[in-house]
Design a binder for this molecule. Sequence first.
Ligand code: ADP
Ligand code: ZN
Length: 279
Amino acid sequence: RPLAVLTSIVRLEEKLLCKELERRHVPYEVLDTRRTVFRGGTKLPYGGAISREISHTRNTYATHLLERGGVRVVNDARTVSLCGDKLLTTLALEAAGLPVPRWMATLSPEGALDALDEFGYPAVVKPVIGSWGRLAARLDGHDTAETVLEHRAALSNPTNRITYVQEYVDKPDRDIKAYVFGGEVVGAIYKVSTEWRTNTKRGGAPQVCPLDDELVDLLTRASAVAGDGVLGIDVLEHRDGTRYVNEINHTPEFHGAIEVLPVDLVARYVDFVLTRLRE
Ligand code: ADP
Ligand code: ZN
C-alpha cells in the first residue's frame, strides 16, 4: 500500500521528500488535504503517511482523521496538536523542566497591557498558532504595547485573542534551529540576521551550528516532550550563553539547512519516517 504525503501547498521540502521516496522506489501518493473526503468507519488504503500540511488546522484534523482510518502518521496527531500551538508547547516544555523564555499569557489582549508594564520590556507578543514570524511583534515599551494589543484585539480569529507574551531574549544576531528526528539530533544551523525575527523565510542566513553536549541534551529532552517525531527545534541563545527552547516545529522547513549542513537531511528524514512506519 502506498505512503500518503499529506500536503496542500507543495514547497521545496515536499518536492525533495517525494524525490527521495522515488529514489528508494517507495510507492507514494500526494494526498491533497483540500480534496480528500474522510468517512466514518472506513479504513484508508495507505501504508502510512507523512504530514507536510502547511495549515495547522488542516494538519490537526487530517492527522486525527488518518489515524482513525487506521493509518500511522509521522508526525502523529498528538505531536502536531501540541507543537502547532506555541503556548501549549511552552507549558509542556516548562512542565518537563526545560528552560523557556520567561512568559505570561492573558486570554484577551485588553487584559495584557497593565500586566505587561510589570512584566517588563522589551517583550514579544506572537500568535499561538503561526509561522514565518508572521504577526509576531516586539514591544519596546508601553506605547507600542498599547497599539499592538489594540491591533490584536481587532483581529477576527478568536485564537488571536489569546495573548502570549515572552521576554525578548537578547541574542547575538542569530538563533539556533536544530533538526531532531526520532530523538536523534541530526544537525543544527544558526539563522543569522540583523532583524530580530531570523526566520530563513525572512532572509535569515543559514550557517552550521556546532553541537555541544549541553545543546544535544537540551534538544533530546525537548524532542521527548514533543513525542520524538521529525522536529525542527528553535533555540534562543542569550548573549550570556543561556539557552531557551522557543518552539518546536512539527512540519519543519529545511530549505536553508540543506544548503549548509554536511548531513543528507532529506535522506535522514525519510529514513526516520520509514523506520517509524515499520515499527
Ligand atoms: P515562528 O513559528 O513564526 O517561527 P517564532 O516564535 O519562532 O515563531 O518567532 C519567529 C522568530 O522571531 C524566531 O525565530 C526568533 O528569531 C524571533 N523571536 C521569537 N520570539 C523571540 C523572543 N522571545 N526573543 C527574541 N527573539 C524572538
Ligand atoms: Zn520559529
